[in-house]
Design a protein around this ligand. Structure first.
Ligand code: CA
Ligand code: CA
Length: 387
C-alpha cells in the first residue's frame, strides 16, 4: 500500500508519470463500473406511497408511530382522500365507529420518494381533517402542517426550492372524530396546482431507478413539442399523450409503444393544440397494474401570424411558396389569375409541415394575382413573373 501511495501521490520521476496516469484511469474505470452496477441493481421504482395505519389518534405526537402498525405497507397511488364521513381510507375494523360507517380514532403514516422533474420553487398544499404533517428530505422541520383537531378540513401551504430528482416524502396523519380527509397537492414551474400523481411518487425509500425523469413542452408555431425521458421502464405497454384545455377533461392525442428497458427519450409533435392555455400529461399503460400518470404541465400556445412568402424576387418564372405549418391533413388550394381575371393555373398544396413548395406555373412574363385558400382563410398576393 505504501508503494502504491507513493506512486499516486508523491512527485514521481518522469518515467513513472505514464504508469500513474494509467492507474488513475484504472481507478476511475473501477469507480464508474461500480456506479453503473449499483444503478443497474437498483429496482425500478414502484408508483405510489407506502401506507401504514394505526389504531387510535396520534394527537400530534410523532412518537405515536413507533408502535406496531395495524395495517402494514399498504400501497396507495397518491394522497387523495377528500373529506368524507365514510371509510374512504378503507381502515375497516382498526377504527372506532361512533356513527355507523364513519371511522374515527385512527392514524396513518405515508412514506416514499417524490421525483421532481424540473428544478425550481414548489408549493405543497396539505389538506387534512384532522391533523397532518408533511416532511420533505431529511430535515426534522415539517414543510407544512395542520395541527390539532379543533377544525374541519383545512389546507396548509409550504414552499421550498427543490433540485430535480428524488426527494424523500413523509406524511403523518390522524383522524380523531367526525369527518376525515387527507389530500396532498403541489405546484411548481409550469406545473399548476394539482394532486401529486403516482407517476412521480415511489413507495420505496431506498435506491431506485425512476421511470419518468423529464417531461418538457416546447411551443413551436402553434404546435407543441412533447418530449419525455425515462430512466427505466417496467411492464410498460404504451405511453399515451393526453391534452386538456381546462386541466380537468383530457383527450388522447397520441399513443406510442414503450421500447422497454431504458433509458429512453420519446417525442411527439402535437400539431393541433388549442390557442391559449393547454395542459398535457402522460398516461403510462402497464401490464401489471392500473395506469400511471405524470403531472400535468401547462403551456401557452400563441397565435403565429399567417405569413405567405413568395421568393425569390425577382424570379425566373418559377418561385417558392411558403406558409407556417398548419398541421396534419391541412391542404391549400393555390390559384393564379391573370390581369383579365381568368384562372390560368391551380394546384393543391400540402400545408402540414411548413416546408416550401416549388411552383412552376409555366406562364408568360407578366403581372398576375395569386390566391391561396387554407383552413385559416384565403390570402392573396400580387405575383410578377419575370424571365
Ligand atoms: Ca371519522
Ligand atoms: Ca375529523
Amino acid at each position: 500500500m505504501n508503494s502504491l501511495y507513493a506512486l499516486l501521490f508523491y512527485h514521481p520521476p518522469q518515467r513513472l508519470l505514464a504508469a500513474r496516469r494509467g492507474l488513475v484511469l484504472l481507478w476511475w474505470g473501477v469507480l464508474l463500473l461500480g456506479a453503473t452496477a449499483a444503478a443497474a441493481q437498483a429496482p425500478v421504482g414502484t408508483p405510489g406511497l407506502r401506507a401504514d395505519y394505526y389504531r387510535g389518534y396520534f394527537n400530534d405526537a410523532l412518537s405515536f408511530f413507533q408502535q406496531p402498525a395495524a395495517i402494514v405497507n399498504r400501497p396507495v397511488d397518491q394522497l387523495n382522500f377528500p373529506q368524507a364521513e365514510t371509510d374512504n381510507f378503507k381502515v375497516g375494523a382498526i377504527a372506532v365507529y361512533n356513527a355507523p360507517g364513519n371511522p374515527d380514532e385512527f392514524s396513518g403514516y405515508f412514506q416514499g420518494q417524490l421525483y421532481v422533474l424540473t428544478p425550481g420553487q414548489y408549493s405543497f398544499y396539505l389538506g387534512s381533517d384532522d391533523a397532518a404533517y408533511l416532511w420533505l428530505d431529511a430535515g426534522p422541520q415539517a414543510l407544512a402542517s395542520n395541527k390539532g383537531d379543533q377544525q374541519g378540513f383545512r389546507e396548509a401551504v409550504g414552499t421550498c426550492t427543490l433540485t430535480a430528482g428524488l426527494h424523500t416524502l413523509r406524511v403523518a396523519y390522524g383522524e380523531h372524530g367526525g369527518s376525515q380527509g387527507l389530500v396532498l397537492q403541489y405546484s411548481g414551474p409550469n406545473l399548476p396546482k394539482q394532486l401529486i400523481p403516482n407517476g412521480v411518487l415511489y413507495s420505496q425509500t431506498g435506491a431506485i431507478q425512476p421511470t419518468l425523469s423529464e417531461l418538457e413542452l416546447t411551443p413551436d408555431q402553434q404546435r407543441v413539442q412533447v418530449r419525455w425521458n425515462v430512466v427505466a421502464e417496467y411492464n410498460c405497454e404504451a405511453y399515451v399523450v393526453q391534452r386538456s384545455t381546462d386541466g380537468v377533461v383530457f383527450e388522447t392525442v397520441q399513443r406510442q409503444a414503450c421500447v422497454g428497458g431504458g433509458p429512453h427519450t420519446y417525442e411527439f409533435l402535437d400539431a393541433k393544440p388549442a390557442l391559449g392555455q393547454n395542459y398535457y400529461r402522460l398516461e403510462q399503460l402497464r401490464s401489471d397494474r392500473s395506469p400511471v400518470y405524470s403531472p400535468m404541465l401547462a403551456v401557452e400556445v400563441k397565435p403565429t401570424p399567417f405569413v405567405l412568402s413568395l421568393y425569390p424576387v425577382p424570379n425566373n418564372g418559377t418561385f417558392y411558396l411558403q406558409v407556417p405549418p398548419l398541421g396534419p391533413g391541412s391542404m391549400g388550394q393555390l390559384k393564379i389569375v391573370d390581369i383579365a381575371g381568368h384562372l390560368v393555373f391551380q394546384q393543391s398544396l400540402n400545408l402540414e409541415d411548413g416546408q416550401p413548395h416549388f411552383i412552376k406555373p409555366g406562364l408568360a412574363v407578366g403581372i398576375y394575382r395569386l390566391f391561396l385558400s387554407t383552413e385559416r382563410g384565403t390570402y392573396s398576393r400580387k405575383l410578377s413573373l419575370d424571365y
